[in-house]
Unconditional design. Structure first.
Length: 104
């Protein structure tokens, strides 16, 4: 399933995806939706966001809540930052190298 999600992220030209909320905290319930914070190109429209959400819901068979990085309020951003987990990066190799260098 994870590989299928990566295909969806690539298809929609998403740059980074963070999981947050109850699934990130491992506190989900059967009725929980899954929350993603996405980073995308500047030309990403509301139509693009809706199509991405539909593709994800079809793959995951669960309700998906997508939040775009450029539309997050400060209050919500603080809450998301507490439990967000990076699950996809378009530049994964760069991300891994950068995080390793920052350990020193």
């Amino acid at each position: 399933m994870l590989q299928n999600l990566h295909s969806i992220w690539k298809k929609h030209k998403v740059q980074k995806v963070y999981l947050f909320g109850s699934y990130a905290r491992n506190q989900q319930k059967p009725t929980s939706d899954i929350d993603f914070l996405i980073h995308h190109a500047h030309d990403f429209s509301l139509f693009d966001l809706i199509n991405l959400q539909l593709d994800l819901e079809k793959e995951l068979t669960i309700n998906v809540d997508l939040i775009s990085n450029d539309s997050v309020s400060k209050f919500l951003k603080d809450s998301i930052n507490r439990d967000k987990i990076l699950i996809y990066s378009q530049n994964e190799a760069f991300e891994n190298i950068f995080s390793e260098q920052n350990k020193f």
